[in-house]
Ligand binder design. Structure first.
Ligand code: NAD
Ligand code: LMR
Length: 328
């Protein structure tokens, strides 16, 4: 028997990531090749015509799994009945703007969209925040949607996780699918800590295979931390196809489960595991089963890693304070 369609909201759907993401969702890359979907696309009035153009293209693509498209600038219509919400919409930083200016614009968007999701989304809706500052936008969404369980609100660090896999695979000249269990700790920012201390290729530790701790503790980390900026420099636009693909990976693993023996990185509401700050959205290694994530516990953290976990945690605490000062 055919499955009931799942309603997937993409905000900022007329933007770059939206344009890459919606065809992936409609092709079954996010939820599976047997899962029909209804796409809800939200953008703001100045982008309404472009959004309608995206809708026209979705119709023209004749995706067999796509059972309907809602394209709207009305946040209530967009959020109604959605089972999965991918929050990409936001205000990009423009020349001359301070970090606080961007933070201020985006956290207000996430505060107001939190209420719409809380009131109109399907019960148990899973939320993924992509728009920057992703961790803090997700935290604000959680704080202003108190009836949505905290475990249902996450942010995207899978792109950073995939970037780390990509760097190791290039360095060792192995298939990217053979590299497992890297970790992104903390913030989706340049303080994030890409950690390979538990990563493997086949049954061998990555550290033993790379045989170059100086590279692993130096250039590898900075390359992953700065990859977003490097893409912006090269494309004059921020990453889009890799971000869209990572968003699909994040939701697919969350809903359908992570393979046995493998973890992935997700920004989730911190319970203080590994002595990082509680009450912020922090990226941890997680496994997923039956639609729920669980933080991988008991991994050894050496002194070098400890400092990096603390540094990115401190930045998230600071961002939380800044976000609240913007909202007051
Ligand atoms: P973009 O500017 O091309 O698209 C953003 C879209 O959001 C635009 O169409 C805009 O009209 C829309 N928008 C603005 N305010 C909105 C609102 N209140 N409601 C709904 N839509 C709204 O940007 P992009 O390249 O698609 O990137 C989107 C966001 O994702 C940015 O914040 C970017 O920094 C972030 N990003 C995050 C990651 C990650 O890994 N977490 C990776 C890449 C980009
Ligand atoms: C990325 O990681 O590619 C983006 O978050 C970069 C950005 O600042 O938009």
């Amino acid at each position: 028997m055919a499955k009931e369609p799942v309603r997937v909201l993409v905000t900022g759907a007329a933007g770059q990531i939206g344009y890459a993401l919606v065809p992936m969702v409609a092709r079954g890359i996010m939820l599976g090749a047997d899962q029909p979907v209804i796409l809800h696309m939200l953008d703001i009035p100045p982008a309404a015509e472009a959004l309608n153009g995206v809708k026209m293209e979705l119709v023209d693509a004749a995706f067999p799994l796509l059972k309907g498209v809602v394209a709207t600038t009305d946040v209530v219509e967009a959020c109604t009945g959605v089972n999965v919400a991918v929050m990409v919409g936001g205000f990009p930083r423009k020349e001359g703007m301070e970090r606080k200016d961007v933070m201020s614009k985006n956290v207000s968007i996430y505060k107001s969209q939190a209420s719409a999701l809380e009131q109109h989304a399907a019960p148990n809706c899973k939320v993924l925040v992509v728009a920057n500052p992703a961790n803090t936008n997700a935290l604000i969404l959680k704080e202003f949607a108190p009836s949505i369980p905290a475990k249902n609100i996450t942010c995207l660090t899978r792109l950073d996780h995939n970037r780390a896999l990509g760097q190791i695979s290039e360095r060792l000249n192995v298939q990217v699918s053979d590299v497992k269990n890297v970790i992104i700790w903390g913030n989706h920012s340049s303080t994030q800590y890409p950690d390979v201390n538990h990563a493997t290729v086949g049954d061998k530790p990555v550290r033993e295979l790379v045989k170059d701790d100086e590279w692993l503790n130096g250039e590898f980390i900075t390359t992953v931390q700065q990859r977003g900026a490097a893409i912006i420099k090269a494309r004059k636009l921020s990453s889009a196809l890799s971000a869209a693909s990572a968003a699909c990976d994040h939701i697919r693993d969350w809903v359908l489960g992570t393979p046995e023996g493998t973890w992935v990185s997700m920004g989730v509401y911190s319970d203080g595991s590994y002595n990082v700050p509680a009450g912020v959205i922090y990226s941890f290694p997680v496994t997923c089963k039956n639609g729920e994530w669980t933080i991988v516990q008991g991994l050894a953290i050496d002194e070098f890693s400890r400092k990096k976990l603390d540094l990115t945690g401190a930045e998230l605490t600071e961002e939380k304070e800044l976000a609240y000062s913007c909202l007051s």
